[in-house]
Design a protein around this ligand. Structure first.
Ligand code: BG6
Length: 497
């Protein structure tokens, strides 16, 4: 593994991602003593002058406020903050202006032997310019690493351009394409569950599994990111990366070794085996929606078009897809994927729905016989449950009862303090790229999604409207109903509402 004494340079240090996710993650790592003492955190932002100290102090104060806002109440501690702030350096820098701040950044980095870890918390359109300026100032030495945020590109072609451009400056091994979903502990637990239990080794294919559901449901709307979101939509924002990465981990073959090269190779095979969706298949297998007015968590929510201030946008805020993986393991098993904004509850989970037993031996009076189900919950709580049928022990007759085995009973740490960004940033610091995506994964996922996005763009249909605060368009329920399946939603546990 590579050197862990790095200097973390966050380009776009004053942006939303930096203040909401990166700084809290780094603060937590600092408090847990997971960052080497020599590591400096260098935030670059345009609005600070390098000659006056007051801009710097003001920005450091903004970081402090962001931590107080985004950390859990008991996590912020003035003593820790003091030590953390001593790691912080601020550089006023303009990504596109090679003179503004780049010489200062270069001078700052030359004060230490640490390997630079450049985090591009920037729009992908300026990744190339950032690389050019890094090279011009001789900041890319052979060990320098770069972390890229998703989505990489807008489609296959633009992703390739970005990957080619960054690849001119950094070798693939030093490029860390982040997907914070892979930093969630339960996602990694899924790999342990699959690859260290004989039970699941034997029961993980089309012979045993009826279908798989992956839901990433959010209650938030635009959150002040209208400019970004309206150009992206649910597919680019959530499916191309988080959802397809989860699908890969569920569907991939066991890697012979738990290392980046082997795992990535298996994930790429899954993406390449996704049955292409073109033309009419898209109509039959996808539903795209856009939220209208409704009530989310007790508060009125304006419709998307109203919130956006553009009555003609056809950007999807919800999508449901029926996918198939055409290989030996998964032939005939539908993978139902869905994600959306302004839905009824915030929750993410993977449901492995097993087939029914081949013959019912109990009489009708014994009650409902439910098929086994493995539910991997990523949020709001991280949890794995195995649903099994047992006998109701309170009764003398044989009465069937569904019970859940909770596989996370032992976990003591509150899940809201487990921070996916921290985990993934620390991996980048250690030089472990196992949980980062290879450019071929990015390419394969766009290859599958491009026809869908093209089709929608050309079609005259608009996304179907759903009321904010519901589970999305009823068409998404129909998509499963055709196959005799039903989305698993929280609360009622079984039924779509
Ligand atoms: C981000 C998306 O990648 O993931 C956001 O850009 C989304 O739109 C977020 O809200 C969800 O992340 P999490 O960890 O809160 O589920």
């Amino acid at each position: 593994m590579s050197q862990t004494t790095v200097d973390i340079v966050i380009f776009g240090g004053g942006g939303d991602l930096s203040l909401r996710k990166l700084m809290p993650a780094l603060y937590r790592a600092h408090v847990n003593q997971e960052l080497d003492k020599s590591i400096r955190i260098i935030a670059t932002l345009r609005s600070v002058s390098n000659s006056a100290d007051n801009g710097r102090d003001e920005f450091v104060n903004r970081i402090k406020q962001a931590l107080q806002k985004h950390l859990q109440a008991q996590e912020f501690n003035p003593g820790h903050w003091q030590a953390f702030s001593e790691r912080l350096c601020v550089v006023g820098l303009d990504i596109v202006d090679t003179n503004k701040g780049w010489p200062e950044l270069s001078a700052l980095l030359s004060l230490s032997d640490n390997t630079p870890l450049f985090y591009f918390a920037l729009p992908p359109s300026v990744y190339g310019t950032a690389c050019e300026n890094l090279a011009e100032h001789n900041l890319i030495h052979p060990d320098a690493r770069v972390v890229l945020e998703k989505p990489i590109g807008y489609d296959r072609e633009s992703a390739e351009q970005i990957n080619n451009k960054v690849g001119e400056y950094f070798p693939e091994a030093n490029i860390y394409r982040i997907d914070h979903y892979l930093g969630k502990e339960t996602v990694q637990n899924l790999m342990v569950l699959r690859f260290s239990n004989y039970l699941f080794e034997q029961l993980w294919d089309s012979k045993s599994i009826d279908h798989v559901q992956i839901t990433l449901s959010e209650t938030v709307g635009l959150e002040g990111r209208a400019g970004f979101y309206d150009n992206a939509g649910a597919v680019r924002d959530m499916v191309q990366n988080h959802l397809l990465q989860l699908l890969c981990l569920v569907a991939m073959e066991p890697a012979s070794k738990l290392c980046a090269k082997e795992i990535r190779a298996e994930k790429i095979k899954v993406l390449n085996a996704l049955r292409p969706l073109t033309g009419d298949d898209i109509k039959q297998n996808t539903v795209r929606g856009q939220y209208g007015f409704g009530v989310v968590s007790g508060c009125e929510q304006r419709g998307y078009l109203d919130e956006l201030g553009n009555p003609t946008s056809t950007t999807e805020t919800f999508v449901a897809i029926r996918a198939h993986i055409d290989n030996w393991r998964w032939a005939g098993v539908p993978f139902y994927l869905r994600t959306g904004k302004c839905l009824q509850q915030r929750y993410s989970e993977i449901v492995i729905q097993y087939k029914p037993v081949s013959h019912r031996v109990f009489c009708e009076d014994a009650g409902e016989l439910c098929s086994n189900r493995l539910v991997v919950r990523l949020q709001p709580d991280e949890n794995i449950q195995l649903e099994l049928m047992t006998k109701d022990l309170e009764r003398t007759d044989v009465h069937l009862q569904k019970m859940s085995l909770n596989l996370n009973e032992g976990s003591k740490q509150p899940s809201n303090i487990r921070d996916a960004y921290k985990r993934i940033l620390l991996d980048a610091v250690r030089g472990d790229s196992t949980l980062f995506t290879h450019r071929d994964e990015v390419d394969a996922s766009w290859k599958w999604l491009d026809p869908m996005l093209d089709y929608w763009q050309k079609s005259k249909d608009s996304p179907v409207e759903y009321s904010a605060g519901t589970w999305g368009p009823t068409e998404a329920d129909q998509l499963l109903k055709k196959d005799g399946a039903i989305w698993r939603n929280p609360k009622n546990g079984e039924q779509s509402q």
